[in-house]
Write a protein that binds this ligand. Structure first.
Ligand code: NDP
Length: 328
């Protein structure tokens, strides 16, 4: 049975008197710190860089370096990029974080793949918004929420769940709902969206573009038709608002008939075995090891592939279409 927590399941007083150190004042860190403070909680900010730290200070936060913030924390929200987390945790956070503190993540990646190994004396929780950082703040200010995945990975004090729920309420997420699962499940789902669903969707899009251009349709028209007009993005919002099935009623009868009958014809295209390969690499930790080795080697493949993506015909077609429609 899936559990989804709402406002009434969480109590902000479970964090009363506790200092929450938000480490990292970037996409998630800034939004979450502001939301927690506006929810009446005591928040300080820990950051390395001058710019983000100066911003936090100008926005009224007590700021420290990461080591000092860790020493002052009852709850520490580690909101820095996953790639730097192992080093920062081991060097700056772990030696100073006191017994019984709560360590909170917005992504299950580093703990799931053993890149960060929290001490057993800590509560370890996950509050992972399904929302980009600016959206976390905007929704809070508008009085709306945003969904999150939450988990209690380690409960050293017996207060892990209460603290996790209070954090989720403090950032405004229980207004929409927080679904409980394991940290590993969150990491797997997140990576699969990026490595399974995303590339499969990209493949359908790329092959459609190539086919239509090969068949003589102007590239600018093809791109506009398929996604650049914004119609697809608008429809995608309808998927969210009403559901994938119900939104079909917003399309013409011709569109619905053509789409349903031709979808049925493609039923025999079975992507699942290939997608399962990607999921298995995620679950076994093979991907995490590969990505860790790539970073340690100085990102040779990553940089090579970034260069290659600028050379595909689509990059030039997009530039032309953007110029033609004065989108820049
Ligand atoms: P950002 O890239 O926005 O984090 C930037 C912050 O991290 C800045 O304050 C930066 O400091 C600090 N930082 C960067 N490098 C270091 C370092 N070596 N040592 C210490 N601090 C450093 O991260 P996100 O907000 O995107 O991600 C934070 C967490 O949230 C991650 O676990 C991510 O997976 C998760 N998440 C992110 C989402 C998103 O929408 N981006 C959505 C859901 C979860 P400075 O600027 O001074 O260099």
């Amino acid at each position: 049975m899936t559990t989804v927590y709402h406002d009434q399941d969480a109590d902000l007083t479970d964090l009363a008197g506790e200092t929450i150190a938000v480490v990292g004042y970037g996409n998630q860190g800034r939004s979450q710190a502001l939301n927690l403070r506006d929810s009446g909680l005591r928040v300080i900010v820990g950051n390395i860089g001058d710019e983000a730290r100066a911003r936090a200070k100008s926005e009224g936060f007590e700021t420290h370096d990461v080591v000092e913030a860790s020493a002052r924390a009852d709850v520490l929200m580690l909101l820095i990029p996953d790639e730097v987390m192992p080093e920062v945790y081991t060097r700056d956070v772990a030696p100073r974080l006191r017994e019984g503190a709560c360590l909170s993540f917005a992504s299950g990646y580093t703990v799931t793949f053993d890149l960060v190994k929290p001490k057993t004396t800590l509560d370890v929780v996950l509050v992972a918004p399904r929302m980009i950082g600016p959206g976390v703040r905007d929704r809070y200010v508008e009085g709306r929420g945003f969904p999150s995945f939450v988990a209690v990975h380690q409960d050293a004090t017996g207060r892990g769940k209460a603290r996790m729920l209070a954090l989720a309420k403090g950032i405004g997420s229980t207004r929409a709902g927080c679904l409980e699962l394991s940290m590993a499940q969150e990491a797997h789902l997140d990576l699969f969206t990026e490595q399974g669903f995303g590339p499969a969707m990209g493949l359908a899009l790329r092959q459609s573009i190539e086919l239509l251009v090969e068949q003589g349709y102007p590239p600018e028209a093809v791109l506009m038709e398929l996604y650049m007009s914004g119609e697809l993005a608008y429809s995608a919002q309808r998927f969210v608002d009403t559901g994938l099935i119900a939104q079909m009623d917003f399309h013409s009868h011709t569109s619905q008939y053509g789409s349903m009958t031709r979808s049925a014809r493609l039923m025999d295209v079975d992507l699942k075995p290939r997608l399962l390969e990607h999921l298995d690499e995620i679950r076994s930790g093979k991907f995490a090891k590969e990505w860790d080795a790539e970073q340690k080697a100085g990102l040779p493949l990553y940089n090579q592939m970034r260069q290659m993506r600028e050379l595909v015909p689509l990059a030039e077609w997009e530039r032309k279409a953007r110029r033609a429609f004065r989108m820049d």
